[in-house]
Design a protein around this ligand. Structure first.
Ligand code: 5GP
Ligand code: ZN
Length: 141
């Protein structure tokens, strides 16, 4: 538990939340600024800042809980699809620095869904793609 961490407060119950589910390692609750009907967040109970820091065990637990809840939410809400999203770093839209997975049910009916695709898929420069791929592959060893 980190003092002044909003999601540690939610896990501890000192900050109110609309709880959806919990298990030994994870806690799931509704997002207060939903991108769609049913938008919720899954967090590890143990604090970690982001994707680069979270332990493999907590990441596995959050991801599996996210999948389980996503399956149920899609069926229960009659959604047409679902996005799982994680933001890692302020420049990647992270605003709360306690790791979380967004579970965002998606709908053909746009009255239930405010999410838009954030980029227009356009073919990239082949050499630049190959160079970035080679850099990552080499770093992976
Ligand atoms: P991020 O931008 O870090 O990926 O996502 C943080 C999410 O936390 C946002 O979608 C935001 O709406 C949500 N959020 C921020 N403050 C609160 C809060 O006090 N309660 C709940 N339930 N969600 C919050
Ligand atoms: Zn925290």
């Amino acid at each position: 538990m980190i003092q002044d961490c909003l999601f540690c407060g939610i896990v501890a119950g000192t900050v109110p939340s609309v709880k959806v589910a919990e298990d030994d390692a994870t806690y799931a609750f509704m997002d207060i600024n939903p991108a769609s009907e049913g938008h919720l967040l899954v967090v590890p109970k143990r604090h970690s800042t982001d994707l680069l820091e979270i332990s493999a065990d907590d990441l596995a637990a959050v991801t599996l809980a996210g999948q389980r809840i996503a399956k149920v939410a899609v069926r229960a809400l009659g959604a047409d699809g679902v996005n799982l999203l994680n933001c890692c770093g302020a420049d990647a839209w992270q605003t709360v620095f306690h790791f979380h997975l967004h579970v965002i049910p998606r709908y053909v009916d746009k009255e239930r869904d405010r999410l838009g695709m954030p980029w227009v898929p356009t073919p990239g420069d082949r050499e630049a793609i190959a160079a970035a791929g080679a850099t990552i592959a080499e770093a992976l060893g």
